[in-house]
Design a protein around this ligand. Structure first.
Ligand code: NI
Length: 137
């Protein structure tokens, strides 16, 4: 780990109060740890699509009764079989399925795969969560 540096931040008092309330609710005992995680999150979420190696999950919620929807999702996943590590399928209720797909690859490929899956008609909710691997955060 590299050297730790202290720096001062000027902030609106109300914003700081809201930040403290939120970080305590989340279990952060110190502002430093909460700010560190915010910065890491910002760096990763803004830049990970440019990284050579990322790992993460794509979460999808869809109605499995929608015409050819499960087949379309399966077909896309087979086109990216080398990027998919594992999938978990949960039956949410009579109509809906929740699918969690663990993925690994270049940031660009993983973003493309996520976009293709999430944009299929009938997918009601979709989210890609990924992190860069091989980075010293
Ligand atoms: Ni299901």
């Amino acid at each position: 780990m590299s050297q730790t540096v202290r720096f001062a931040v000027s902030l609106d008092a109300k914003l700081l109060e809201n930040f403290d309330t939120q970080r305590l609710k989340q279990g952060y005992e110190t502002r430093s740890e909460a700010v560190r995680d915010l910065i890491r999150h910002k760096l990763i979420s803004d830049n990970w699509a440019q990284h050579d190696a990322v790992m993460g999950t794509i979460t999808l919620v869809y109605d499995h009764h929608a015409t050819e929807l499960p087949e379309k999702l399966t077909s896309i996943q087979h086109n990216y079989h080398a990027h998919i590590l594992s999938t978990m399928h949960l039956h949410l209720d009579h109509h809906h399925c929740l699918e969690v797909i663990a993925v690994k690859g270049t940031g660009k490929d993983i973003q493309t795969l996520a976009d293709k899956l999430i944009s299929v008609k009938g997918v009601k909710h979709g989210k890609l969560t990924a992190t860069a691997i091989g980075q010293d955060f």
